[in-house]
Design a protein around this ligand. Structure first.
Ligand code: NCD
Length: 326
């Protein structure tokens, strides 16, 4: 599967056709997504939680890999935009009977879908679907292998902007299993595009890609040193399901070295926020006192995920509508 075709997601005017990766997107577009999401945060707080922007459109959520937060917040975003929603848990149906990804796509296209939201264990799966989908059908990557998770990165950027106001001048640390994390890759691209002063990654050598510095980050192996004076700390889950061989001594030992505790948090800026894309492993990457403590914005990330997904979906559908009128 082809992995790096970032321009596939933009039309000649630079508008979103698909949302597959942060790679290749300009700061203005990322800011437009954040500003559009800002307008949607209010919808979820109304008595009638709906706007008619995607009425008459059908969105299929194709989840080839399990998910709770991402799948449910996509579904809510679609419903709050008034789209018709189809949820397919494909791991349990077609592919297990031997159908190819392309056949699944063709069958769904025969049902006249306007958009596919795709999560898949293979890096490049969403790009593959976007390349083969009928022109005019939008594809959103909801996480592909170790490659990208662009809506997660954008909801994280939204959370940071809400708490810190500006990206310029911020120091951000991403801690943990960088090697297997599609979230970290997308976050690093977004943070650098939005112009933060410094992105640090903190991890044992076995959980870092060998060319980590090429991602535009400062590498630390010591948690205390790495979080010193940072404004934002993003903790990542150990992606055990993607680990081959023994990359870690034990979860207990990992916590001793890299687990975030209130005491360790003191090294960061006194106003630092703590984030995690979920699911959290309490006592492995962080202590419960931190996860539930005053610095944690983890549940806000979940709420903002709906607004960000509404923004991306409405931007793609909005362009489809313009195209149909032309
Ligand atoms: C992440 C994912 O699935 O990539 N979670 C999420 O989308 N909420 C990170 C993870 O699974 O650890």
């Amino acid at each position: 599967m082809s992995r790096h075709t970032p321009n596939l997601q933009l039309d000649e005017q630079g508008h979103l056709l698909h949302f597959l990766t942060i790679d290749g997107l300009r700061r203005e577009l990322l800011t437009e997504i954040l500003d559009t999401a800002e307008g949607f945060t209010g919808v979820s707080e109304r008595t009638i939680k709906k706007v008619p922007l995607c009425r008459g459109k059908t969105v299929a959520n194709l989840f080839f890999e399990t998910s709770t937060r991402t799948r449910t917040t996509f579904e809510l975003a679609e419903k709050r935009l008034s789209a018709d929603v189809l949820n397919l848990n494909i791991s349990a149906s077609a592919t297990s009977k031997g159908e190819t990804l392309l056949d699944t796509l063709r069958n769904l296209e025969a049902m006249h879908m306007d958009m596919f939201v795709v999560r898949h264990a293979d890096s490049g799966a969403a790009h593959f679907i976007a390349q083969h989908a009928t022109p005019g059908v939008g594809v959103i990557n909801a996480g592909d292998g170790r490659h990208a998770h662009p809506t997660q990165a954008m909801l994280d950027m939204f959370t940071i902007r809400r708490h810190k106001g500006e990206f310029v001048g911020l120091r951000v640390a991403i801690v943990g299993d960088i090697l297997h994390s599609r979230v970290a890759r997308s976050q690093i691209l977004a943070l650098n595009t939005l112009g933060v002063s410094e992105v640090r990654v903190i991890a044992p050598r076995t959980l870092l890609p060998h060319d980590a510095r090429k991602l535009g980050v400062h590498v630390y192996h010591d948690l205390q040193e790495g979080i010193r004076d940072v404004d934002v700390i993003i903790m990542l889950r150990l992606q055990r399901e993607r680990m081959q061989g023994a990359l870690l001594p034990s979860e207990h030992e990992y916590f001793q070295l890299y687990g975030l505790t209130d005491e360790r948090l003191e090294a960061a800026d006194s106003e630092a926020i703590v984030m995690h894309p979920g699911p959290i492993n309490r006592g492995v990457e962080m202590d419960s006192l931190v996860a539930d403590g005053p610095r944690s914005v983890i549940l806000q990330q979940v709420s903002y995920g709906i607004a960000i997904r509404m923004a991306v979906i409405s931007m793609i559908i909005g362009r489809q509508n313009l195209q149909a009128q032309a």
